[in-house]
Design a protein around this ligand. Sequence first.
Ligand SMILES: [Ca+2]
Length: 417
Amino acid sequence: MIKVVTSHPVFCGLICCLTALVGCGGGSTSTTGTNTQQASAAPAQDPKLSLTVVLSGLDAPWDLGFAPDGTMFFTEKCRGLSARLTDGTIRRLFGTSGSAVRADDLLCQNQSGMNGVAVDPEFATNRFVYVYMTSTLSAGNTNRVVRLNVDSAVTTVSGRTDIIQDIPFKTNANTWGGVGSHSGGRIRFNAADGFLYVTTGDNHNGTLPQDLTRLAGKVLRVDRNGMAAPGNKTPAGGDTRIFTYGHRNVQGIAFRPSPAMPFSCEHGPGHDDEVTPLVAGGNGGWDPKPETGVTCADNYCGYISNKADGTPTPMTDLGKFPNAMRPSWNNRGMSEGMGPCTFLSGSQWAAWDGRLAVGIMGGQRIDILTLDADGMTIANQTVSGLPVARMRSVVQGLDGALYVLTDGGEIWKLTAG
Ligand SMILES: [Ca+2]
């Protein structure tokens, strides 16, 4: 049962508590008051945030996106795609029983199911919404990107078109995890080029990330029909839908407006998480297969060492791939389950305008990264004062607020200013 918190008086106390100003760290001093001349001359401060719970009681929510009119589309991993209208009405559109359109092929297992959602940049005219989902329609099951047409009243969907059908799914459990592990699953349109970027995972398979004929451990870049976008620069012989390869389990992708640059935010194996500025045809440098003379269970060394010297399998193996894409940021020698990321935009974010917000699941926090022109991180800070939660998705709404979706089943609205 979904609770629309904002209209429920029982939750008033909760909201009142949560909407108290959230501290933001940084030691900033207030610039409000009468001395506006001094305030205007001061350097930009961290924003003051307030938090409102927009939805709670969701079942393993995974991602969200907005239509131009403010309608929020969101996914629940084992239920499907729903919409929250601007008046708070919830409509289940596509998924399990109770949805307007059933997706009987939806397979929810482990990390897989109904994952990412993206709204077409031309939604106002084409009404297209896309989801990343695990499907039983292909032998052995696969992850798919499915395009749907939403009716004008947002009551149902039609015209299901599976624009990508062959993203590998981990079919068999092994030493390192169960069926459905490491499926990736974020999908986002890049406003700079109009193409859809799709992040995938390595399936706990040692060879897939560097295998240019398979779509696992990659970032794909396609048009709204799932066709390879021009300019992917996929190495010769590779699947031309591949934009970058050599990834582990990417669940975050974001696009810096200026200088325009895509970034992956990548869940690490225990000794690293990585943010990486992406270039067409680039290799992320993840190659978890055993090297000569090394033995790893199930031929996957992702959590141990693939090298004779016993050093951990690097997230970016510059020894093996000197031209690999350099990460912009890594997580101080540990993994805390990096998930989603997005760039903050607008003067309401004060000093954070243009910075990258990164959601950490295991670490249960949001970090704010400051990047230089080349996309390298020059500073980072943690958003303090937030409730403890695994941050599964972060999306800036058209209203300028940051919407945060948590594994605890909530969607928050963080309003700056
Ligand atoms: Ca890497």
